[in-house]
Design a protein around this ligand. Structure first.
Ligand code: 3UK
Length: 511
């Protein structure tokens, strides 16, 4: 990939203005319920927002702007308005409460907020707790006559705005980590990082074209969603279909209604949508991307049997901005994530940072045009060592160079000298008909160092008693090596998860 960038670069000029300047302004850019915007329409909105921010709301380049909304067209317009104005976009998950929002505002030192009217109460609640947040405007207000809030300000502003000439290495977005390991961290990404991820995985691996319609479930505050649903279609002049609610039923409806051809979602969602395989076969869907958690061989096979489509798996992270290990459809290897995306390098290392031989489990280390830069957080040194990003994942590389996910590093359980990957035990438990959900951790044990403990959510109609615990233990012993069976089983009604659906194992350790 071409990764040389000019010294002065604004990613909004590349992703948005360029299409209008080169005569593609009338091409479709965004579809959503009741909305169809061309590239010129989006540019007009973003320009008005940039004018409102800089001329009426006192924004200067480098200010951090909180953006909080479900995935809708105004959220995208605000994102580009902020970036065009030289501001820094700080997108937050729409489900967050005032307390969580205030943590983000404080860490990122946010000065302005542009938020969906639906989140008014929580955003105002956060503002009360925060010194830095001076200006809050809401959009998408539905009640009353005429334009209100941000749209009223936009109406009085010019649709012309010259995108601020930023340095390629100016920060344009702060991505918050999902909080699987505690207090969230802000990762800083530059204008050039945005262009770099657009130049690597989408062009080499995804290979979509300008007529593709992108859709997906992750919120824009999750860089998986920002890239897959906004940046990557715009980098190639394609279009996006935005869904405010994107659980499996809404996603399946959206694929049908908007004629989506490329979908970005997580493994769970593919498992549920596979039940409607016949319906999916009749849509225009042709490329399916999975990330966020490991894609098991069984989920890959389930979706392929149901729809005929080979899922493209990819591991990415907030720290790396997007996907760095993946595979083209024709190179899929069930159970493996793939190989380093061109532009990136990956290896498996031991605790001393030395590369280990193929087939050996170790820590995943990656390097490339993007990388981890935490904003003012001492945990930087845990993630980056000698120029390599340690993602916190335990992986092995097989003899053919495919990377095979094992567990989060912290989820490798060492019991009586055996290495046990928690996800493998979870998969074994999930195969039992009585199990709805489960999570496995290692807990301290005087004799064995650690023992395997399972937290299990049962399906309706099953009792969480000792007999059930014994049944599940025997079941695991019958499908995987017996030393991996959970010596402790606790029945619970719910597992702790982040807003992006990731399990919070650290909470189970505290329970
Ligand atoms: C895990 C995977 C196995 C892995 C993300 C694509 O998930 C994203 O970012 P997060 O910061 O989490 C990163 C961690 O999630 N993971 C993600 N994808 C896979 N594990 N197979 C996968 N395919 O533990 C990783 O370290 O929330 C994913 C693009 C952008 C992203 N931010």
């Amino acid at each position: 990939p071409e990764l040389q960038f000019p010294e002065r670069l604004n990613c909004a000029a590349q992703l948005l203005d360029r299409h209008v300047a080169e005569g593609r302004g009338e091409r479709l850019c965004i579809q959503a319920a009741g909305v169809r915007w061309s590239y010129a329409d989006l540019q007009d909105k973003a320009n008005r927002i940039a004018n409102v921010l800089t001329q009426q709301l006192g924004l200067v380049a480098g200010n951090r702007v909180l953006l909080c909304a479900p995935n809708n067209p105004m959220m995208v317009a605000c994102w580009f308005g902020v970036i065009k104005a030289g501001g820094i976009a700080v997108a937050a998950m729409p489900l967050l409460r005032a307390k969580e929002l205030s943590t983000i505002v404080d860490i990122a030192q946010v000065s302005h907020a542009l938020c969906d009217e639906a989140l008014r109460a929580e955003v105002l609640g956060a503002q009360q707790q925060c010194q830095t947040l001076k200006v809050v405007q809401f959009f998408n207000a539905k009640s009353g006559d005429g334009l209100q809030g941000l749209e009223a300000l936009m109406d009085g502003a010019s649709g012309q705005f010259e995108t601020v000439d930023t340095a390629a290495t100016d920060t344009c977005l702060l991505g918050f980590t999902s909080g699987t390991t505690g207090v969230p961290k802000a990762t800083m990404h530059f204008h050039r990082d945005v262009m770099a991820v657009c130049a690597c995985w989408p062009l080499h691996t995804l290979r979509a074209n300008a007529d593709d319609v992108f859709i997906g479930s992750p919120p824009m505050a999750f860089t998986f969603g920002l890239g897959g649903q906004v940046l990557f279609p715009m980098a190639i002049g394609a279009s996006m279909a935005l869904l405010e609610k994107a659980g499996p039923p809404q996603l399946a409806d959206g694929i049908e209604q908007f004629g989506a051809t490329v979908v970005f979602t997580a493994p769970t969602s593919y498992r549920v949508m596979a039940q409607q395989g016949e319906r999916m076969r009749k849509t225009r869907l042709r490329k399916c991307v999975s990330a966020g958690e490991a894609l098991t061989a069984s989920t890959r096979a389930l979706w392929k049997n149901a729809t005929g489509i080979e899922i493209i798996d990819g591991i990415g992270s907030t720290e790396m901005l997007h996907i760095f290990i993946s595979h083209r459809e024709e190179e899929a290897r069930p159970g493996a994530t793939g190989k380093a995306v061109p532009g990136y390098q990956a290896k498996v290392v031991d605790d001393e940072g030395q590369e280990v031989p193929p087939g050996t489990v170790g820590k995943l280390a990656v390097q490339g045009p993007t990388g981890c830069r935490y904003l003012n957080d001492s945990r930087q040194t845990k993630y980056v060592s000698h120029g390599w990003n340690l993602t916190g994942d335990a992986y092995l590389m097989d003899a053919d160079g495919y990377f095979v996910y094992q567990a989060r590093t912290d989820d490798m359980i060492i019991s009586a000298g055996y290495n046990i990957a928690a996800p493998e035990v979870e998969e074994a438990l999930m195969a039992h008909a009585a199990v709805a959900e489960c999570a496995v951790i290692g807990v301290a044990d005087a004799e064995r160092g650690q023992i395997v403990k399972a937290f299990v959510v049962l399906r309706a109609g099953h009792a969480g008693d000792e007999a059930m615990a014994k049944t599940l233990q025997d079941f695991v012993k019958s499908t995987v090596a017996p030393y991996k069976y959970p010596r402790a089983v606790q029945f619970v009604s719910l597992l702790p998860r982040t807003p992006t659906g990731k399990l919070q194992r650290f909470r189970l350790h505290q329970s």
